[in-house]
Design a protein around this ligand. Structure first.
Ligand code: ATP
Ligand code: MG
Length: 268
């Protein structure tokens, strides 16, 4: 069997060929032994290609010698492949934003990627801030609670400042993330509201940086990938809304969090 692996800072993503189709599987990076065991038990004489920051660490735990490739190139290849299979037109020049533990931004032109920026604000920020603010550690619980929250109790909107007067920009824009200070101080918002605001904060920062980057590189399409979008429709909605307003087309791929793993698989 052929196996492509993206061993990231938080999650190990595996894409493998079976009966002519691609299957997917992921593990926590902190349970690297479990992932290695699963691979050795499930496949006989596999050919493996690994990418991602923890490539070397994982490679040492396998019985076979894997091929190791650069993560950025693998992700670009995987995105191009998934987009064409899903009939998503992303064109010949586009920006992609990988929201992993941290965030990395890349410009792709005629199949070649160039890293053009990044941010320490990413999926790790979601986990860390959520724990600090609410004590919740479980990812699925964080995103589920956030989905039930109301940002209006935490974020200050433009219309809150204008108090009924007509603002020069949309009143529904966020004027200040976590900025509804008076209300927050007088009554602590529910954990759900805090988590929703936190996802809003991360999403708005990332969409702002990436849209400006797309403007700079004259790319009309921005492809957003990474496990931070998993079970997290709120993050996707925020990015879709803001990117749309700025005039850049946001694209989300099914299984986009496996782009690196698919790219590794394609390199075999
Ligand atoms: P990097 O590329 O920065 O090295 P990575 O490849 O491990 O990191 P991703 O797998 O793309 O990063 O995304 C990790 C993020 O996805 C986490 O920070 C978290 O916000 C989110 N996430 C989704 N599912 C889970 C999960 N089951 N457990 C923990 N985090 C999860
Ligand atoms: Mg990654």
């Amino acid at each position: 069997a052929k196996i492509g692996i993206d061993a990231g800072g938080t999650l190990i993503k595996i894409a493998y060929c079976q009966n002519g189709s691609i299957n997917y599987r992921s593990f926590q990076s902190k349970s690297m032994e479990e992932a290695a065991l699963w691979i050795t038990q499930h496949f006989e004489n596999p050919t493996i290609c690994i990418t991602g920051g923890k490539s070397e660490v994982l490679a040492e735990k396998l019985n076979t010698q894997p091929k190791i490739i650069l993560e950025f190139d693998a992700t670009a290849q995987g995105i191009t492949y998934l987009a064409s299979r899903q009939q998503q037109s992303i064109g010949n020049n586009f920006l992609f934003v990988n929201v992993g533990t941290g965030t990395s931004m890349h410009y792709v032109q005629n199949g070649r990627q160039e890293r053009v920026g990044g941010s320490g604000i990413g999926g790790g920020t979601l986990l860390g801030l959520a724990f600090l603010m609410t004590g919740i550690q479980d990812y699925e619980q964080i995103v589920q609670n956030a989905a039930e929250g109301n940002r209006e109790n935490v974020d200050l909107k433009v219309k809150d400042i204008f108090e009924g007067a007509i603002p020069p920009i949309s009143g529904d824009l966020t004027a200040s993330n976590f900025g509804k200070t008076e209300a927050i101080v007088s009554e602590r918002p529910a954990d759900e509201d805090i988590l929703a605001a936190m996802i809003g904060f991360v999403g708005e920062v990332l969409v702002t940086i990436s849209s400006q980057m797309a403007g700079q590189y004259d790319a009309d399409t921005i492809v957003y990938v990474g496990s931070s979008f998993r079970s997290n429709p709120l993050l996707q909605e925020i990015i879709e809304m803001y990117a749309g307003m700025i005039g850049k087309k946001p694209v989300f791929l099914d299984r986009g969090e496996y782009s690196g793993a698919v790219g590794a698989l394609l390199a075999l």
